[in-house]
Design a protein around this ligand. Sequence first.
Ligand SMILES: [Zn+2]
Length: 84
Amino acid sequence: MRLVLILAGFFLVIFLIKRTLARREQSSAKAHGSSQATNHHSAVNMVECRHCHVHLAQTEALQRGNDFYCCADHLHLHHPPRST
Ligand SMILES: [Zn+2]
């Protein structure tokens, strides 16, 4: 019975070491990924809403000609959806 307990403890130690190593790899991979994401985010072109002058990413802005808007409401204030 004592041998079983020793074996169980032995495997438990191996399991804990493996888990620690796996976590270390995951955390380093995460840090690497986040740094890449940060670089990608800084590469996003920032534009200004013509109406309220809030800054937002060009990919999230609504463009009409050379002007950018933060939302459809502000776009419609300068470009009414119905011209009639
Ligand atoms: Zn706006």
